[in-house]
Structure formats: structure tokens, C-alpha cells
Design a protein around this ligand. Structure first.
Ligand SMILES: *[C@@H]1O[C@H](CO)[C@@H](O)[C@H](O)[C@H]1NC(C)=O
Ligand SMILES: *[C@@H]1O[C@H](CO)[C@@H](O)[C@H](O)[C@H]1NC(C)=O
Ligand SMILES: *[C@@H]1O[C@H](CO)[C@@H](O)[C@H](O)[C@H]1NC(C)=O
Ligand SMILES: *[C@@H]1O[C@H](CO)[C@@H](O)[C@H](O)[C@H]1NC(C)=O
Length: 372
């Protein structure tokens, strides 16, 4: 913690500060803040105005905030028909420019959020593992305000300053066994990660009552994408729910009976060109396939935000909101460089990713993406 804090402070030394900003780290890390849903929700989980600015949105979300301008930062992963992804508030944004201020885009009404436009989701696989729930999918990312070709990045409740990405973003679920199958009862999920980019995504929430949630949902491999953090054989064009074994803890692998641990090199060392192992895709069973039209009935009338810029350059600039996002894009980010599919860091990430995802369509696992 102390070393982490020091290196983060050094990394932030070149950021822009304004007078009102009093520091970098909150008194309590976001991942240590607990709020009952919905009675205990604060208007903002991170009310401070620290080095990266203020929380861009809010956490109390209701029918008033349920529209395509919503700035709700309370998210859910419940079922294949009821989950949210983190994506930008303004059209044509990159995840790395807006990681601190993403808003929740959901597949179902009732959460006070934006809705993912009809047809944007092209394939979704939900895996129910003993320790976590994982959703992997394909999406036309321009319909959720992501720039065409953005290879994206990783969101989690930690971040370089322990305020989360997005800052103040909260996660809830009704799907873990401790809930007893009561869909109306939501528990806060402390450990989760979400990779967005390359017209693909993956999101994993770890059962707070399950085995090693911080391990299965660890957030330190943020540059090496879904393949290493959430290995799966999710097929494009299919909507399915499967039971799954637990994956290996991300970064832990076995060679000749010896257990080894991979950690991500510093970004200052340049692109990651080799990784010493191939992640194991956990075994799945009991897959049930759905028609998307049956799953996403709330989305039928929701259309994508037109991506066309207005004549004014300023209004088409993806700056998020005017609520203190100024520091975000200048802040050295641990998570801006690893999208859902791309190995990243490479100068031609977007191009090589296109090739890679074709391999994915052909039935080759996400885990093969790095060979491209
Ligand atoms: C609805 O959410 C908004 C935004 O967080 C909040 O200001 C308002 O008080 C909420 N309304 C109710 C009735 O809770
Ligand atoms: C909870 O929601 C899931 C998915 O939406 C549904 O399949 C299940 O039947 C619901 N459970 C109850 C008890 O209503
Ligand atoms: C999105 O932003 C990029 C980079 O600023 C720009 O080149 C492109 O024309 C924009 N696209 C749209 C649809 O506004
Ligand atoms: C998934 O399939 C859709 C429909 O065929 C296609 O347009 C899209 O490019 C595919 N996505 C990826 C990432 O390959």
C-alpha cells in the first residue's frame, strides 16, 4: 500500500492541479466503502475534490435519471438480460480519456441509467462460476459513445488513486447464492473489473462471500485484456448462459508442475510483446441459448446516440462533463492501455485487433488473440 501510494504520487506529479484540490487519495478507498442498496446510497460515493477532480456523476439513480443523458454511476450485473457496462457520457470518446467518468449503460429499465441501444449487443455469454459471474460479449461500441476503433481500457473500483474508474462507481448484484434467489435484494459487489474496447467487452463480479474475490477479480493486469483476465470461448452472434469452473487466478500459471506468477511490466518499459503463458479457458457446462429479442425487450425502442458531431468543435469534444473531469486525461493511467481484446501498448493495436477478432469469430478462443 505504501509503495503503491508513493509510485502513484510520483506518477501524478505532472498532472494539472487546481487550487481547490487538496490531495490525491481519499481518506477511505472506494473499495472500502459499503452502502446498502438502495437505502444507504449517497448522492456521490466520492464527494471529494481531489487531484482528478470531482465525481462526474451520481449514485442515487431513479426514474428521473433514467434517460440517455443519465450520469448514473451505480451499476448492476444480475443476469444475461439484466446487466450494465461502463461507457462514456459523451459521443466519440475513448475509454482512456474518460475512464474516471464513465456512466452505467444497462440492458434493462429500472436502474435509473442509460440503456444500451437496441441491436448494439451482438453476442453475450454469461458464465456462472463458483467464485464469480462473468459476462463476455460483442458490441457496436459506437452506440455507447465509444470512438470507432478505440481499443479501450479497463475499469475497476481501485484506480491509481483508489477512487475507482469511474471515480465513485458502485456495483450491485442480486445473483449470488447468499441472496437466496431474491431478485429484489441487491448486495454491493466490492471486487469487479470491466474491459471495454475493440467492439468487445468483458465484465466480472466476484462473490463477496466466495473464495478469494480480490484474487479472481484482481485488477493489476489491466493491459492484457479479456484473454488473460476473463478467458472464455464466447462466440459472437450467440446469447448463452453456462455454468463454469473457476478460472485460474489471473496471472497465476503452471509450467511442469511449478506454479508461477506473471505481473505486468511498467508502462514506461513500452509495449507488452510477449507473455510467458497462455491462459486456461475454464470448462463450461449446461449452456442455455437465448434469442436476443427475448432477452432485451426494454431496448426495442432505444436508438443509438447519433455519433455525428455538431458544427461546433467544442461540443463534439469528448470531455465528459463540466464537473471536474479536467484532470482525467492528463493523469497517467494504469488502465488506459488495455482494451477488451487487444494486447495493447502496441502502436498498431487497433489494426492488429481487427485481425484478432476475426480469429475469435472463427471459433478460436479469445486466448489466441495475442498471437496476431
Ligand atoms: C432521484 O435521483 C436524483 C439524482 O441522484 C436525486 O437528486 C433525487 O433526489 C432522486 N429522487 C428521489 C425521489 O429519490
Ligand atoms: C430472477 O431473475 C432471473 C433473470 O431475470 C429469472 O430467470 C428468475 O426467474 C428470477 N427469479 C425470481 C425468483 O423471480
Ligand atoms: C471522433 O473523433 C475523432 C478524433 O477526434 C475524429 O477524427 C472523428 O471524426 C470523430 N468521429 C465522429 C463520428 O465524430
Ligand atoms: C460480431 O458479429 C457482428 C455481426 O456479424 C459483426 O458485425 C461484428 O463485427 C462482430 N464483432 C467482432 C468483434 O468480431
Amino acid at each position: 500500500m505504501a509503495r503503491y501510494a508513493l509510485s502513484a504520487l510520483l506518477a501524478l506529479a505532472s498532472s494539472t492541479y487546481v487550487a481547490a484540490q487538496t490531495g490525491t487519495f481519499p481518506a477511505t478507498p472506494l473499495a472500502s466503502k459499503h452502502f446498502a442498496y438502495p437505502s444507504g446510497l449517497p448522492e456521490q460515493a466520492d464527494p471529494d475534490n481531489l487531484a482528478r477532480g470531482q465525481q462526474a456523476g451520481y449514485n442515487i439513480c431513479n426514474s428521473t435519471t433514467e434517460n440517455q443523458q443519465s450520469e448514473c454511476q451505480t451499476s448492476f450485473v444480475n443476469h444475461i438480460d439484466d446487466f450494465c457496462l461502463w461507457a462514456p457520457m459523451s459521443p466519440n470518446s475513448t475509454i482512456s480519456d474518460t475512464e474516471g467518468e464513465e456512466t452505467a449503460w444497462c440492458t434493462k429499465k429500472g436502474h435509473g441509467t442509460r440503456l444500451i441501444p437496441a441491436g448494439a449487443l451482438q453476442g453475450v455469454q454469461l458464465l456462472r462460476a463458483p467464485a464469480y459471474i462473468q459476462i463476455t460479449g460483442y458490441i457496436d461500441q459506437t452506440q455507447i459513445n465509444m470512438q470507432d476503433g478505440d481499443f479501450g481500457g479497463e475499469l475497476d473500483p481501485h484506480g491509481q488513486d483508489l477512487r475507482g474508474n469511474p471515480i465513485g462507481g458502485l456495483m450491485y448484484s442480486n445473483a449470488f447464492p447468499s441472496n437466496g434467489g431474491n431478485n429484489a435484494s441487491f448486495e454491493q459487489v466490492i471486487e469487479w473489473t470491466n474491459f471495454m474496447g475493440g467492439n468487445a467487452f468483458c465484465i466480472k463480479i466476484c462473490d463477496p462471500a466466495g473464495e478469494n474475490p480480490a484474487g479472481f477479480c484482481q485488477h493489476t493486469l489491466d493491459r492484457i485484456g479479456c484473454a488473460y483476465n476473463m478467458p472464455s470461448n464466447a462466440p459472437n452472434g450467440t446469447f448463452e448462459v453456462c455454468d463454469s469452473d473457476n478460472m485460474d487466478i489471473p496471472g497465476i500459471y503452471t509450467v511442469n508442475g511449478q506454479t508461477l506468477s506473471y505481473s505486468q511490466p511498467a508502462e514506461s518499459l513500452g509495449a507488452i510483446t510477449t507473455i510467458p503463458y497462455q491462459p486456461r479457458v475454464p470448462a463450461t457446462s449446461n449452456c442455455v441459448t437465448y434469442e436476443s429479442s427475448a432477452l432485451y425487450t426494454d431496448l426495442a425502442a432505444v436508438t443509438g446516440v447519433p455519433a455525428a458531431p455538431t458544427s461546433s468543435g467544442a461540443s463534439s469534444t469528448p470531455t465528459g462533463t463540466n464537473k471536474g473531469s479536467s484532470g482525467a486525461s492528463s493523469t497517467p493511467s494504469r488502465s488506459g492501455s488495455g482494451g477488451a481484446a487487444a494486447p495493447t501498448g502496441s502502436t498498431n493495436g487497433a489494426g492488429s485487433m481487427g485481425v484478432s477478432l476475426v480469429a475469435g469469430v472463427a471459433g478460436v478462443a479469445f486466448s489466441m488473440l495475442f498471437l496476431a
